[in-house]
Ligand binder design. Sequence first.
Ligand SMILES: [Zn+2]
Ligand SMILES: [Zn+2]
Length: 100
Amino acid sequence: MIGEYYCNYLLITGYVCERTCRRPEGCFEHWKAKPRIPCKVCGKPTSSEPGLCRKHASGYYVTQYINRLRDNARMAEILEEARMLEDAKLLEDARRLEEE
Ligand SMILES: [Zn+2]
Ligand SMILES: [Zn+2]
């Protein structure tokens, strides 16, 4: 039995499976497996979401977390500014009422 396709599943070792198979998706062992892609940073095969190995993905998530914190801080600043504007407006209204 000779397969028509080669399994191109990237093994944890960094080698491609290359087993012959009848499915274009891969060999009997890997056709259902989540495809591994080399980590964008170190090239270690990974199946994790952002295309980064566990080590570098944690860095990625930390960056995401920091960005989120930064966004929150910016949001707090915007709210603070809005509150100040609101206060200024109220003050202006109060002054206008006094003048009338
Ligand atoms: Zn395979
Ligand atoms: Zn990595």
